[in-house]
Design a protein. Structure first.
Length: 197
């Protein structure tokens, strides 16, 4: 059975000071990546082999998911796990132009109209992202909810982003906890790598 525990991101609204990346990683990352909503950590566990010599901040909103992951897994070198609101961590913690890759895999679709303001990819956050991404920065985005993909695509396109199918990443490197559910339920995967024009 496909179950997703909903957590309202507006319940986590504490503002942050800029992150000290040297303190977090032991040295200043040459390339900084962020995953919002790492869930069970399927991707972050493989991150060092996919992107060697890059560093990943992996953020999850749900405290229990974070504590469960830390209890069950060894955190790979070059990866730092945090609990909190990804939008706030991105806005407050990361310097403008410092983010090279953002990964958002299967975000909560928040299908009810009154809840759609809670979606990760929303106009306000995309405006923040345009400042935070480096000149070659990329957003890796996936979902198996067609209406959500259309909404996210419309928002990103309106902010000057363009989508690349990026088959090498999505066919050979990408893996998510939700893949098995998508295949079992025969749901199409919508995915793409977005960058600013």
């Amino acid at each position: 059975m496909r179950i997703r525990n909903h957590t309202n991101p507006f319940n986590y609204s504490t503002r942050l000071s800029p992150l000290d990346l040297t303190d977090i990683f032991g040295n200043l990352p040459q390339r900084l990546c962020l995953e919002i909503g790492f869930g069970r950590g399927v991707f972050l566990r493989r991150f060092p082999e996919i992107f060697p010599n890059e560093h990943l901040l992996a953020v999850e909103l749900r405290p229990k998911m974070v504590s469960d992951f830390i209890d069950r897994h060894v955190i790979p070198d070059g990866v730092h796990v945090m609990q909190g609101n990804g939008e706030i961590i991105c806005e407050d913690g990361i310097a403008d132009g410092a983010l090279d890759r953002l990964f958002v895999f299967h975000p909560d679709p928040w299908l009810k109209g009154r809840h759609q303001k809670r979606r990760v990819i929303n106009p306000g956050f995309v405006d923040i992202l345009t400042r935070k991404l480096s000149s070659s920065g990329q957003l890796y985005l996936s979902t198996d909810v067609a209406s959500l993909w259309e909404d996210m695509s419309d928002i990103l396109t309106s902010r000057g982003f363009v989508c690349d199918a990026d088959p090498l990443f999505w066919k050979e490197k990408y893996e998510s906890f939700w893949n098995a559910f998508s295949e079992r339920d025969q749901r199409s995967l919508f995915s793409g790598t977005w960058s600013l024009t």
